[in-house]
Design a protein around this ligand. Structure first.
Ligand code: ZN
Length: 366
């Protein structure tokens, strides 16, 4: 076997977390009695990069058990949620506590995860005619109460996993609909485009999750582009933190500015592109650049963002023109082609997409 192929075969599973490593690293090194528990929790969350119980490789979805689908024939548009409780352990999936249609358990995290998965399914099905993450009715599975004071939520290639937070800096992660939408959108991206989670293709992977995370929340709340907060992770910080959320699509770099956490480091223009080996090549940083482009398109078109900007991005994601290593320019050009295909050469949508990318320093016509 050629060495390159061996490397590919041995590639580690992609675990996409909502809280970037640079933020956890900062909290982990805090020397402040007010945040002792948070620092300890962040150190544990950083070390725990390989949660137990994940034994499947990336991309081998054919091997995944499709528990709910085995029980009944798939009906298109039929949601099948399954929420498990890890009960403070790091063993997945944990104990199954709620399945589709069964009543509330009284556990707020279980209810929030169940409702959030439902809201995410609704956006993809109602608006984009996509039947679950794989468009083949895959069950939506999540685990809550993962680990002790676990400061993150992640998509592991099969399920969403939520920590409870440390209570000092991070509250629970199920309370944010944009976080739930973000994580499930990683699943959609994996099936639809397979964007490699590194450098520009990785930042685009993060970007797409932020776009659909924001749209899930806007759709659930009935917000227009003008009404929307455009924030990712609103409500996951405690009151101790000077910040609204983890990221802002409208104004990257402004989501938080805190004496403990520092300032949101996202660039909002290609001139500020961060070259780093950390964070898979800055995937949670450089996503700010395409995020602002999307916001600009939605803002200039007005109305509900999912109706026009969302469709252009969804067409781009699923249209087959990207390839796993697509960079910003290629993605931008593909959005232009999608806008023209759906709305026409002389459309306001076409103009808005070109203007959005130009605003952030990317030439979409190359
Ligand atoms: Zn992510």
């Amino acid at each position: 076997m050629p060495p390159q192929q061996a490397t590919l075969t041995a590639a580690p599973r992609t675990v996409c977390s909502i809280v970037p490593p640079f933020l956890l690293a900062r909290i982990a090194t805090l020397d402040d009695p007010r945040f002792e528990r948070a620092a300890h929790a962040a150190r544990r969350s950083l070390i725990d990069v390989a949660p137990h119980g994940l034994d499947h490789g990336r991309g081998d979805h054919s091997l995944l058990p499709r528990s709910l689908r085995d029980l009944e024939p798939a009906i298109r548009g039929h949601i099948g949620r399954a929420i498990s409780d890890a009960q403070g352990t790091e063993v997945l999936p944990g104990t199954l506590v709620r399945t589709e249609g069964s009543p509330e358990t009284g556990d707020v995290s279980v209810t929030e995860a169940y409702e959030g998965l439902g809201r995410t399914f609704a956006l993809f099905w109602d608006v984009f005619d996509r039947d679950s993450i794989d468009n083949l009715s895959a069950p939506l599975e999540a685990t809550v109460h993962y680990g002790k004071l676990y400061d993150n939520a992640f998509w592991d290639g099969r399920r969403m996993v939520f920590g409870d937070g440390d209570g000092e800096i991070f509250d629970g992660f199920t309370r944010s609909l944009s976080v739930i939408g973000h994580e499930l959108a990683h699943g959609v991206t994996e099936f639809a485009a397979g964007l490699v989670y590194r450098d520009q293709s990785g930042a685009l992977n993060e970007h797409i999750s932020d776009v659909f995370g924001a749209l899930v929340e806007q759709y659930a709340r009935g917000h227009t582009a003008a009404d929307a907060s455009w924030l990712i992770g609103e409500g996951i910080f405690t009151d101790e933190v000077e910040g609204n959320a983890l990221r802002s699509l409208k104004a990257p770099g402004t989501a938080y500015d805190d004496d403990v956490l520092g300032k949101d480091p996202q660039p909002d223009h290609f001139d500020g592109y961060v070259k780093t080996l950390d964070d898979n090549g800055g995937v949670h940083l450089n996503s700010g650049i395409p995020n602002r482009a999307f916001w600009s398109v939605a803002d200039s078109l007005g109305g509900y963002a999912w109706e026009r900007a969302g469709h252009i991005w969804y067409d781009t994601l699923t249209g087959g023109a990207l390839g796993p290593r697509a960079d910003f320019s290629r993605f931008a050009a593909a959005t232009v082609a999608s806008a023209v295909a759906r709305f026409g050469q002389d459309s306001a949508e076409h103009q808005a997409v070109v203007a959005g990318w130009t605003l952030v320093g990317i030439n979409p016509t190359r």
